[in-house]
Design a protein around this ligand. Sequence first.
Ligand SMILES: N[C@@H](CCC(=O)N[C@@H](CS)C(=O)NCC(=O)O)C(=O)O
Length: 302
Amino acid sequence: MKAAPCGIATPVRLMVKLADGDIQTREALDYKGLHLFHYSMSSCSQKLRAYLNLKGVAWDSHIVDLSKQEQNDPWFLGINPRGLVPVLIDDGAVHIESNDIIAYLERKFPEPVLIPADRAAEISTLLRFEDDLHLDLRTLSFRFVHGRTGSPKSATVMQQYRSGGAGTVLGRTDPEKQRELDFYDRLARDGISDAAVRDAAAKFRAAFDDFEQGLAGHQYLIGPALTIVDVAWYVYVKRLTLAGYPFQRLHPRIEAWFNTLDERPEFHKAVETPKPLMEKIAATCRTQAETGATLAQVAGYL
Ligand SMILES: N[C@@H](CCC(=O)N[C@@H](CS)C(=O)NCC(=O)O)C(=O)O
């Protein structure tokens, strides 16, 4: 096991191609070709779209509108019992978990190489580390991008989520669904506290400090060539920039690395923010600045 940035050791996980009994929406089994279930502002979907853009692979699009909680509709829970996007269906085989989907696609579409064989184990650890930060990203995103302090899921949606879908992944009761339910129960109860913001922001700062050092010696995050690690963290930097994370001041090399990637359509097209949402984000930023409650202020990045 190798240590990820910040010294966090993470185990390698199973690939997640769903078992037949996990899938209740049976029509999905008849889909031919590559189908992606995704959403514009889902960071994991953004990572997968950027990856597919870089590979030049075509796919059929199915939007799951997270702002309407469509991910918790029985139909979608019948496809992904976790109620999360992205999902890839390849000729009726249902794949969940963005990093597992990418590992699967890398074998199917090896060019251009984004997971070099000689660094595959290290990259797997780094992707696990990135995935482990996902709920921290969600915490910062909810509060500083969407200006939300409570849960977006009503009691009815939560009940639908709790009772919907097979509740299993690979035939076994799924602990990840319970983790999601716990996240939203906690959010409904406690909201997003300043302490939760500081905790999440500190994890990102430590990771960015490590990457900043690495970028002094090479062009991309883990070496001289672009890899999936760049794609994954490009998306995180994009989201945290929207949240007001002060990259320019704290991590100037990351800011420059991001700007270089962002010039490429394969990247920026994957993370486009719809205009009405941009206006809403700007208004949230203004209000938070007026009340001294920006991400930088709450996290103590002053
Ligand atoms: N580990 C999962 C995380 C997926 C995930 O959390 N997706 C988010 C969007 S980025 C989602 O669907 N959220 C729906 C919700 O929170 O209800 C992956 O990498 O695919």
